[in-house]
Design a binder for this molecule. Structure first.
Ligand code: KG4
Ligand code: ZN
Length: 322
């Protein structure tokens, strides 16, 4: 069974062809829009939607070509329909529905966070239970996963997502967009002292990143060098992420951890995660940020359990995972 996975939830147009029987990704094409959003220091929904509309058929054709299959070989169309930027989501959703209708094949709508959660397992099968730490531009959450479809939200950010904090800090420092990769690089190059930044004290497994961001603004105003501020931010953000994760592991007794989302590409986060005494599952770099492969993987598994969705399904800007 060949599954098409489509994601246009934010600023990446992505289409993937996934061979479900072999549990193998045949192609995963991502067209990134970074250069169009750079001057605004963040994603502009209207621009994202227009660029998705311009690119989606090209990305789709390339996904088929790389996979070496024709459009009539597709057996299931799965598309992210929630949560995300509404106008951006609608492009992929409409494209996917049109394909499913014209090919008379089933259609499946996919939850973007569920897709991220399983991105470390594409090509394999997860063992349960595990703790999922989802760290992206739009989301920061800790979820207890006891089976496919069985999720308990343990904690989430109460304000900015960690990737969003990276992007805002980079903007304050004049480092461009997206902020994560450039701050990560500056951290690697820096070998001086770190500045003290506060770790907000919020209850349980929840996070808050807005206080760290404000503290960064003050350091910038005081004239500290960008490299030192960037490196100090990364040190604080990563140890904050790890601290709450450790707390969740201790309180649940779970010994498996799957980390996903754009920030899971971070080199320091990966280093610190590997020091934990757990079975660790990290996606390969190409599946850290938004991609169609994770949508196809999850869409197929949902289809097996609950069958197809009707083409009436709409897009949702917000939707909790549990
Ligand atoms: O998962 P993703 O593509 O988007 C959402 O679904 O939200 O994540 C994008 C985020 C951006 O905020 C970007 O700055 C961050 O991931 N990011 C990183 C790194 N690479 C990307 N953050 C920290 N370190 C990195 N190496
Ligand atoms: Zn995402």
């Amino acid at each position: 069974m060949l599954v098409l996975g489509i994601d246009t939830s934010c600023d990446d147009t992505s289409v993937s062809v996934y061979d479900a029987k072999e549990n193998r990704v045949l192609s995963n094409i991502v067209s990134s829009q970074y250069s169009f959003h750079r001057e605004f220091g963040g994603v502009v929904p209207e621009i994202a939607a227009r660029k998705h509309a311009e690119n989606i058929d090209l990305v789709f054709e390339e996904a088929l070509e790389v996979a070496g299959v024709g459009v009539k070989d597709l057996n299931l169309i799965s598309v992210t329909n929630r949560p995300g930027l509404l106008p951006a989501l609608l492009v992929g959703l409409t494209f996917g529905k049109g394909l499913a209708y014209s090919l008379s094949v089933p259609f499946k709508a996919v939850h973007h966070i569920e897709a991220h959660i399983f991105s470390p397992f594409i090509g394999s099968e997860p063992e349960y239970p595990f703790i999922a730490l989802v760290v992206s531009g739009g989301h920061t959450l800790i979820v207890l996963v006891e089976g496919f479809g069985s999720y308990s939200l343990l904690g989430k950010t109460l304000d900015d997502a960690v990737g969003e904090a990276y992007d805002k800090v980079a903007k304050l420092l004049g480092l461009g967009y997206p902020g994560g990769p450039v701050i990560d690089r500056l951290y690697r190059e820096y070998d001086g002292k770190y500045l003290e930044l506060p770790k907000p004290k919020v209850k349980g497994f929840n996070y808050s990143f807005s206080g760290i961001k404000t503290a960064v603004r003050r350091l910038v105003e005081k004239g500290y060098p960008a490299e030192q501020v960037a490196a100090s931010f990364q040190e604080t953000a990563v140890s904050y992420l790890i601290g709450k994760l450790k707390k969740a592991l201790k309180e649940t007794g779970v010994r498996r951890v799957a980390v996903s989302g754009g920030v899971s590409a971070n080199s320091l986060l990966r280093e610190r995660l590997k020091e934990l005494d757990v079975d660790l599952y990290l996606p390969p770099l190409e599946y850290t940020s938004d991609n169609g492969a994770m949508v196809a993987y999850v869409g197929y598994r949902r289809f097996l359990i609950e069958g197809e969705d009707t083409l009436e399904v709409g897009a949702l800007a917000r939707c909790p995972i549990s």
